[in-house]
Design a protein around this ligand. Structure first.
Ligand SMILES: [Zn+2]
Length: 93
């Protein structure tokens, strides 16, 4: 039997998805997905792979959260204060 983490890895291998997409595909809560991704980020390193994060982006002004290393989406844009933010996407490469 596969573990949830293996299922997440297979799901996002070369296929970027948001935590919300992953949670819906596997029937998990978004918070659980984020916790699994934290572990996956460490474990795939040993296989010579990488968890690639597409940074979240403000949909109002286009600001990209490029320096952000956290897996959770930011609440507000520092530039225009909008909360209309596109979720980060995760992929294994
Ligand atoms: Zn903005």
């Amino acid at each position: 039997m596969k573990t949830i983490r293996q299922e997440i890895i297979e799901l996002i291998e070369d296929n970027p998805m948001t935590a919300k997409d992953i949670s819906q595909s596997l029937g998990l809560e978004e918070k659980q997905v984020t916790e699994h991704l934290e572990h996956i980020r460490q474990s795939v390193k040993k296989q010579g792979k990488k968890l690639v994060i597409t940074p979240p982006k403000c949909l109002s002004c286009g600001f990209v959260f490029s320096k952000r290393d956290k897996l959770t989406p930011p609440g507000r844009c520092p530039e225009c204060r909008s909360s209309h933010i596109q979720d980060p996407e995760f992929a294994i490469k």
